[in-house]
Write a new protein. Structure first.
Length: 130
């Protein structure tokens, strides 16, 4: 069952949550084109903000053809779809691997970037898949 929508009673808090939600949506969209900026966490935060401030915006985000099913899978079942895991792995290996091989000159920084990437991938793959 989907987490309950609990719209806040204060108009000021609702306005701040709606504003924060839209900032997160915008950052998530930028993240589609900048591999260093993640998309999914921003959209999950936007969903959390909208669930407490605007049923209309929340339902709009959940109904989005591109992201809605992924966000819904996480919020309802706490699972990451296998397709999303595979895509995240591919993008991270290509971008971080390319950076390590072609752009990062210092071995210590190469190791740090590799360890961070590996840690994120282990974290992602720890969650169940659909």
């Amino acid at each position: 069952m989907e987490r309950d929508l609990c719209v806040h009673g204060s108009p000021l808090v609702r306005a701040l949550l709606i504003g924060s939600g839209w900032v997160c949506v915008a950052l998530g969209m930028v993240g589609l084109f900048l591999p260093i900026l993640p998309t999914t966490p921003f959209l999950l935060v936007a969903a959390a903000c909208f669930s407490r401030s605007s049923r209309k915006f929340y339902e709009r985000l959940m109904g989005n053809a591109l992201f809605g099913s992924y966000i819904r899978s996480w919020r309802v079942d706490r699972v990451i779809p296998l397709k999303a895991k595979l895509m995240a792995t591919l993008v991270m290996v290509l971008t971080l691997g390319g950076s390590v091989v072609f752009f990062i000159p210092l071995m210590a920084i190469k190791v740090i970037v590799g360890l961070i990437g590996a840690t994120v991938l282990v974290y992602i793959w720890r969650f169940p898949s659909e």
